[in-house]
Design a protein around this ligand. Structure first.
Ligand code: SAH
Length: 453
């Protein structure tokens, strides 16, 4: 028998926040997750779901509010799954993100090392350079929106306060134009319809704007008129692409791109370097914080100009080019072919010739490089959420660089991977969290590890 049942109403104390931004309460040793509740608060809840180990509850009333509770400025904050922390003061968010990093390092990596204050934004709104917005049909009306938390139910969105205004406007204009041309929304359940998502990507420094229409079908009826209408209303657009994704899948982009107008890429700048970006390529979404993140990675790499450096999971080669200006040679590896093409192009555009790029899985390419006699002094890694493959870590240890800089968007897998390295001769020196995604529960970290003599 559990201490609480579904539909129970009770008052609880919130003592923590999960990595997804939900409040954590304990009732007779049983854990309840309460979205929208903050640490230190006493809240009235109703239990919505119970599992053996833990359950979920909905916030009904805040009985004693945290000093960090603020009014969320976005009108759909409580429905939309995009942000989780708009009800939390920004200072509070930064503190809490640091606490979470300290806790994960300790719990999952047995590390007790200096963790700096989270590097935050002075203006933490309107920071995103990329919008990816799903579409639906609602009673014959084409609606753009975001998913509710843990669901594919779309909440209508007219503006998104963490999105650059230009992307916001672009998405609404494209919606209007598609609606005027009676382009039907894709329906996940029936597999019918045309428009799945609209992506808008804005070059923060270049001012270039790319629009990608992600469709179920290859054909869009009236596509030439649609493109002309978009351009009439958005003269800043430099690229309109169609991406076809015919599959029943949660993955947003399909494999084929078709150019409808302008260029196949847009450009942007970070730290004085120019980058070419394709629809499929990963590019950090917060340009202001990206400079701080890469700056920290570069600081931790401590290059003097003589080093051989590996940049693993290099994307379009952003960190690689930052490093290359201060190193003898940089080797970048990335699994997405379009990204590596962009990376090569970016080296050319920036006239940087001391980089070599390879396309493939880092865990396959690194052993090859080792065989080829490449001997890095420093390895920088920036893997996706699941972290590094163990075989990759193993090769890294065999290569024995004197320093490893680990950039991560998931401190849990980072702590796990760094524990592997720490058990094999690397000391974790310090960690800096960087807030790349204000008002969401995500936190990015940069860690510095040094080979023990
Ligand atoms: N350092 C880059 C990209 C980081 S995102 C930047 O800051 O822009 C992580 C990247 O790892 C993505 O580009 C993804 O395509 C790539 N990736 C994912 N799994 C990989 C693997 N097994 N080997 C190499 N790259 C991988």
């Amino acid at each position: 028998m559990l201490p609480v049942q579904k539909n129970d109403r009770l008052d609880v104390h919130i003592h923590d926040l999960t990595h997804e931004g939900a409040g954590v309460a304990r009732v007779d040793g049983y854990t309840l997750f309460v979205p929208n509740a903050l640490p230190g608060e006493t809240v009235e809840i109703v239990v919505t779901k119970t599992n053996k180990q833990y359950g979920f509850a909905r916030l009904i009333d805040v009985k004693q509010a945290s000093a960090d509770r603020v009014e969320p400025p976005c009108p759909i904050f409580y429905q939309c799954g995009g942000c989780q922390l708009q009800h939390f003061s920004y200072d509070g968010q930064l503190r809490q993100k640091r606490d979470r990093v300290v806790d994960a390092l300790k719990r999952l990596g047995q590390f007790d090392v200096p963790v700096h204050e989270t590097i935050g934004m002075s203006e933490p709104w309107r920071y995103r350079n990329k919008a990816q917005v799903p579409f639906k049909d609602e009673g014959g009306r084409l609606v753009a929106g975001f998913y509710r938390p843990r669901s594919h139910d779309i909440v209508e969105m007219k503006e998104c306060l963490i999105q650059d205004e230009r992307n916001d406007v672009a998405v609404q204009v494209v919606r209007d134009v598609l609606a005027a041309h009676n382009v039907p929304a894709y329906d996940e359940k029936t597999g019918r319809g045309v428009i799945r998502h609209v992506m808008a990507r804005y070059g923060y420094h270049s001012g270039e704007l790319m629009i990608v229409l992600i469709t179920k079908t290859t054909k869009i009826k009236g596509v030439n008129e649609i493109v002309a209408d978009i351009l009439k209303r958005l003269p800043d657009v430099t690229s309109i692409m169609q991406n076809v994704n015919p599959d029943k899948t949660n993955v947003i982009l399909g494999s084929t791109n078709k150019l409808l107008y302008g260029h196949e890429t847009i450009e942007d700048k970070i730290g004085g370097l120019t980058f070419t970006i394709s629809p499929h390529s990963f590019f950090q979404v917060n340009p202001v914080q990206t400079e701080k993140l890469y700056g920290k990675a570069l600081e931790y790499a401590q290059l003097t100009g003589t080093e051989q450096v590996v940049d693993a999971y290099c994307g379009i080669g952003t960190i690689s080019l930052f490093l290359a200006r201060k190193a003898a040679h940089v080797y970048g590896v990335e699994v997405v072919p379009e990204a590596i093409e962009d990376a090569k192009q970016n080296a050319l555009v920036n006239e940087i010739d001391n980089v070599t790029y390879a396309c493939g899985a880092a865990e396959d390419v690194l052993p090859q490089w080792k065989k080829d006699g490449i001997n890095p002094d420093v390895i920088v890694v920036d893997p996706p959420r699941k972290g590094c493959a163990e075989s990759f870590l193993e090769t890294m240890v065999e290569m024995a660089p004197k320093r490893i800089v680990y950039v991560s968007c998931n401190v849990a897998t980072q702590a796990r991977d760094m524990r592997y390295l720490a058990d094999r001769g690397y000391k974790l020196v310090e960690v800096t969290p960087v807030d790349m995604f204000p008002h969401t529960a995500h936190v990015e970290t940069v860690a510095w590890m040094e080979k023990v003599k």
